[in-house]
Each structure stands twice: as structure tokens, then as C-alpha cells.
Write a protein that binds this ligand. Structure first.
Ligand code: ZN
Length: 236
């Protein structure tokens, strides 16, 4: 039986509320179909995270039915927990939280355009300034991995460790994004789909023109500083 301090109990409550609310951004931005996709967040000041329950309709997500897990992906039972089973991507999220201590949020979607790039196992090249701003370069492709062990989590970490991008296209599957908190990871998922769509459409009209790496560097640095965020390169 895990016991939490009063402060931790409040932090868990706030994470439950944030994570439940942020799921509405996935539907609002057309990133998910049916019950696919999920948001999770590391609860500040604890060794736990909160994630979406498995197979529950987006309209029925509430702070109370979010599932609390430890960093091995085990569900916390009892009054602080939930009677629901956690998302089938819980093991992947747990792996990321264990391996990347600076990550506070993980999001997974099968958003259409980004997943189309994943289906081709093709990285999204950095050909628009918004991408340089947000991802600091191309959005990379991770390995093909089947759900059921920690191979998805390992693939995410191996691809994003040392990379500026907060998004990875897992081969033939979909998108995982990381962020300093759940909101930041949701933003990365929204921006990833946006640039995946724009670059896809751009290529229909002709050859893509890459941005000079020096310009990508200065765009990325400027954007990260202007917006007062910790440089994502520092996450490596
Ligand atoms: Zn998936």
C-alpha cells in the first residue's frame, strides 16, 4: 500500500484534472478516432504518473477515472487509485518516464498525416520555419515495435535521446510526443500533425526545399528563448 503526503495528494489531484482536460485537445484538434490516443503526466513531487483509462469514450473521461501508476507501470489501487485498467500504452509511457527524468508528459496518437509518414517510415524533413521553431529539425522515425513489452518505450527513448524533436514517428504505427509537462507534450502532438499535413501538401506541388541547418539552429534557439522555454536540446 503506497502512502502519500498531503502535498502529494493535492499534486495527484491537479494532474488528474489536467490530464482529463487535455484529452479534449486531442479530439478538438482531430488527432484521434474512437478511443485511440492518450495523454499522461508525471505527478510533480512523486514517483508516479497519471494516464487515461483503457477503452473509455473521450466524453466520459473525468479526473476521477484517470489511472495512477508507479514508474514501473503498476496501477495504484485504493483510494488514490482508480478501478479502471490503464491505457494499453502505459508500459511505453512508464519506460519513457524512467529513462528520461526531464520528461513530464507523454502523448500518443495515430493522427492521420503524421501516421501516414510513419506508414512510409519516412522522417518529416524540416522545410518550414514553424518546424524549425518547434522541433529544431526533422521529425525522426522510430523502430517498428509491437505492443506487449517495453520495445515501444525503448524505441521512443532511443530515437529521441539526443534529438531536439519532441515527436517520434513510430514505424507503421503513430506518433509519440514528450514534453516538460502534459500540456507541452499535447502541443507537440498538435504541431506534429500540423507540419506533417503541410509538408505532405507541399510535396504534392513539387520538390521540397530544405532549410539551411544554420538557419534551423537560429530559428530553434530564438523560438525556445522568446517563449521562455527550457531549450529542448537541453533535454538530451
Ligand atoms: Zn498506438
Amino acid at each position: 500500500m503506497v502512502s502519500f503526503t498531503t502535498e502529494q495528494v493535492h499534486a495527484i489531484r491537479r494532474s488528474r484534472e489536467r490530464v482529463a482536460r487535455l484529452h479534449a485537445e486531442l479530439t478538438r484538434n482531430n488527432l484521434v478516432a474512437w478511443t485511440a490516443g492518450n495523454v499522461s503526466e508525471r505527478v510533480p513531487g512523486t514517483t508516479h504518473f497519471v494516464i487515461k483509462p483503457s477503452g473509455v469514450d473521450y466524453d466520459d473521461l473525468t479526473p476521477d477515472n484517470m489511472v495512477l501508476c508507479d514508474l514501473d507501470g503498476n496501477v495504484v489501487e485504493g483510494s488514490m487509485g482508480s478501478d479502471r485498467s490503464p491505457s494499453s500504452d502505459t508500459a511505453a509511457a512508464a519506460y519513457v518516464y524512467r529513462a528520461m527524468p526531464h520528461v513530464g508528459g507523454v502523448v500518443h496518437t495515430h493522427s492521420t498525416y503524421a501516421t501516414a509518414w510513419a506508414a512510409r517510415q519516412e522522417p518529416i524533413p524540416c522545410v518550414i520555419t514553424a518546424m524549425a521553431d518547434e522541433f529544431g529539425g526533422e521529425i525522426p522515425v522510430g523502430p517498428f515495435a509491437i505492443i506487449g513489452d517495453d520495445s515501444i518505450g525503448r524505441g521512443i527513448v532511443e530515437t529521441l535521446d539526443g534529438h531536439r524533436s519532441r515527436a517520434v514517428l513510430m514505424a507503421n504505427h503513430g506518433v509519440f510526443t514528450i514534453g516538460k509537462d502534459a500540456r507541452d507534450a499535447v502541443k507537440a502532438a498538435v504541431m506534429c500533425e500540423d507540419v506533417a499535413r503541410t509538408v505532405h501538401i507541399a510535396r504534392q506541388g513539387g520538390e521540397l526545399v530544405p532549410i539551411d541547418p544554420k538557419d534551423i539552429d537560429s530559428l530553434f534557439d530564438r523560438y525556445q528563448n522568446v517563449y521562455g522555454q527550457k531549450p529542448q536540446g537541453g533535454m538530451a
